[in-house]
Design a protein around this ligand. Sequence first.
Ligand SMILES: [Zn+2]
Length: 485
Amino acid sequence: MLKRILWAALAMIGIVVAVLAWNTWRLSSRQLDVKTIAPLALERDAVAARLAGALKFRTISDAASGDTNAEQFVAMQAYLEQAFPRLHATLKREMVGHSMLFTWQGSDPQARPVMWLAHQDVVPVAPGTEASWQQPPFDGVVKDGFVWGRGSWDDKGSLVAQMEAVETLLAQGYQPRATLYLGFGADEEVGGRRGAVEIARLLKSRGVQLDYILDEGMLVTQGIMNGIARPVALIGVAEKGYASVNLAVQTAPGHSSMPPQKTAIGAISAALAALEKQQMPVELRGVARDMFDSIAPEMQGMNRVVLSNLWLFAPVVKQQMAQAPGTNAVLRTTTALTVVHAGNKDNVLPGRADAVVNFRIRPGDSVAGVMAHVRDAVNNDEVHAELDAGASEPSPVSPMESAQYALINRTIREVFNDAVVAPGIVIGATDARHYKDVSQHVYRFSPVRAGKDDLPRFHGTNERLGVDNYLEAIRFYVQLARNGQ
Ligand SMILES: [Zn+2]
């Protein structure tokens, strides 16, 4: 009897191993096969200097007033006019506040127009960190193979690269078949209400439907993902939604010498602890699943076996990924306890306690779903939960099986030959979300390489962009325009 059980167990293990091996082998590469293209020749020093020039303007945006640093935006626009004379002579420029909409008329009026986005504004340098910059943040220094300064990466790098690409194409006597719009917001970092929202409204009022939109977003990551040595270029096909929930508890205030069993602080603390403990579920489906299905066949060893056999390993993979904040944020609607207020004197029980919990909503979940989750998890009628103004649903998911996605995919593979391309979810917010009415194909990808060391530079200290990488970015946009024909 024992022998038979042993044999049966061995047979089972044999079958599982065979299935694992079969799935691992069967999962074939999803990478497009493209011919390598010879890199377009660019004047390295002149090109780097032109980007550096744009970094000298302190175009820091402000949510309250669109006129904050107005003279900086005006001066940068005058600089760009000087730096890109062909572009300004050929394309129509319309001002929407300090935001800009350029139109490069295509030769075929029947062809659906396309649009590239970037933003002119930058985030401030955190007070007290100025001295930590290796090069001053607003001097526009090119040194040691890098263009240094606030905005070099986010997002003047993309903006000036797009202009450089258009200028290059114009110098070659090129005219696009489809009209190309360039939308350069001036308030992306503070929500895009005056820029992207208004530009999108303007296009909509003119009946414009865009074939695709390309905005900043995901990157060419290097050494950031476990189990894969090659760079991974992620095309953002969706971005997460946003909801802050205000929690409040009201009780009678009292003296701390005779406390009741239940207090405002106790109730709000229990609610917060419950929300942190009972997180919204981790889901390995939708875009996240497509991302791993695209990357798995390019992996080596055990990582490949595991990701090729999610039928068996999904629980383990989910648990592992939930541990790391980076992957956790991709797989679930995240919960972040951000504000708490209660009490002001050591011997007085406050009559009120307040807190704010910020959720970033995964495509597939919703603002209403978050509110239902809050009520369930808190499970206490004395805790009043209210949605804060400014909540937004996750963006629609742009198609991955489309000609538009394939166009961006192919261009990435041609310019970044070594990169694996996969769809991804943008966990921050971009101007692109405001354009959903004028295009069903909204993609978010910055042609910028970034490793682990680079991530803290984003909105942080010592922001910089490698000159070689900047040349790749320009080539990407030139090639994207040409491939679109
Ligand atoms: Zn940005």
